[in-house]
Design a protein around this ligand. Sequence first.
Ligand code: NIG
Ligand code: FE
Length: 427
Amino acid sequence: MSHAAGLIVTGGRVLTAVATPDDPLGVRDDAAVVCRGGRVVWVGASADAEAAARAAGIDPRDPTLVRLDAGGRLVSPGLVDCHTHLVFAGNRAAEFALRARGAGYQEIAAAGGGIAATLGPTRATPVDQLAALAAGRARRALAAGTTTLEAKSGYDLTLDGEVALLEAIHAAGHVDLGGKLRGAGPPPRLVPTLLAHLVPPEARGSAAARAAYVAGFADDLIPRVAAARLASSVDVYCDDGAFTLDETRRLLTAARGAGLAVRAHVGQFADLGGAELLAELGAWSADHLEQVSDAGIAALAAAGVVAVMLPAACVQLRMTPPPVAKLRAAGVAMAVATDLNPGTSWCETLEVPMWLATTHYGMTVEETWLGVTRVAARALGRDDLGVLSPGSAADLVVWDTDQPADLPYRIGVPLAHTVVVAGAVVA
Ligand code: NIG
Ligand code: FE
């Protein structure tokens, strides 16, 4: 990604996402952000910005220097969507219509729909076309202020096919594996994750076939993905109808052995003890958590695992929200993500999840903002994203409002005015 020599944003209400004693969002009025080489180098009062830029080595007459006057608007870190199934083909609108008439998600899945219904179209689509579909979704997310998207594989399920899905993510955009940028695609930053989503239909005939699939995933696929640096973490769908707790342990232990971070979908339908396992393994995140025990919550808190809230999927499936008050009381940090996927949440941007997090999950405006910035970045193992402070990535959004609460409050209204990734204006 090419970035200009420098960027100076002045006149903003800058939400740094770095807490002060009286403000968890660290909002500074009439503030400026100075960026150079794709990084933030300084945040402070607008009146001091030119001097700070010169001190940072920026030549004020450099023709590539970009100056933005925020005009009193809110300026925040670029949003981080830390849970998406970005790469898939096909459409399950017919299932959506059935559910609107009262059919259940697991009932539809048991009848051959659900995740299995996306396999056919995805397997039949060449990698370049899958990349184009993913890039289109990423472009729309970027226009709405999402500058980093986690992106999972998981809709092919064959070992070679899952590698191809990760390759499609690498072809779709600008992959960021922990600060080491890879590929020359367009922004946003894409953070790829290998997902063990389901035992594929062809391995469901016998216990031996199922065990062979899990062994192949753990002992062949995970090391291949790690060696080729195709993903930074491994995710497992640990739930009724997906992987058991023992299988999840086997897969995530292999991931840790291969040097990859771990995370999992746990407790969307049933609590199998996944939260405790993720805490034991030092996971980046535990995602869904509609069903989680008090012991599971305590374990997440003790291990510092981020709880990823996926309210669009939860509401679409008409489920009861996770125990947000208990998570808060225990001190578990909560992120908010889209869960973009063709089955339960074809949601590409974060406005509606932010609205649902506040109105339906009972998160505060401050928790919701941190959930799509600093805490979401933590769920990706990153402390240089989701904040505006010296050394952080120069990813920011100027919003068409001066009120942080406007994002969750104005339901689905697109408020992004200017989007910057790595110091360059991109939308
Ligand atoms: O996160 N829970 C598993 N995976 C997705 C749903 C996938 C699908 O239905 O295609 C989720 O909600
Ligand atoms: Fe998901």
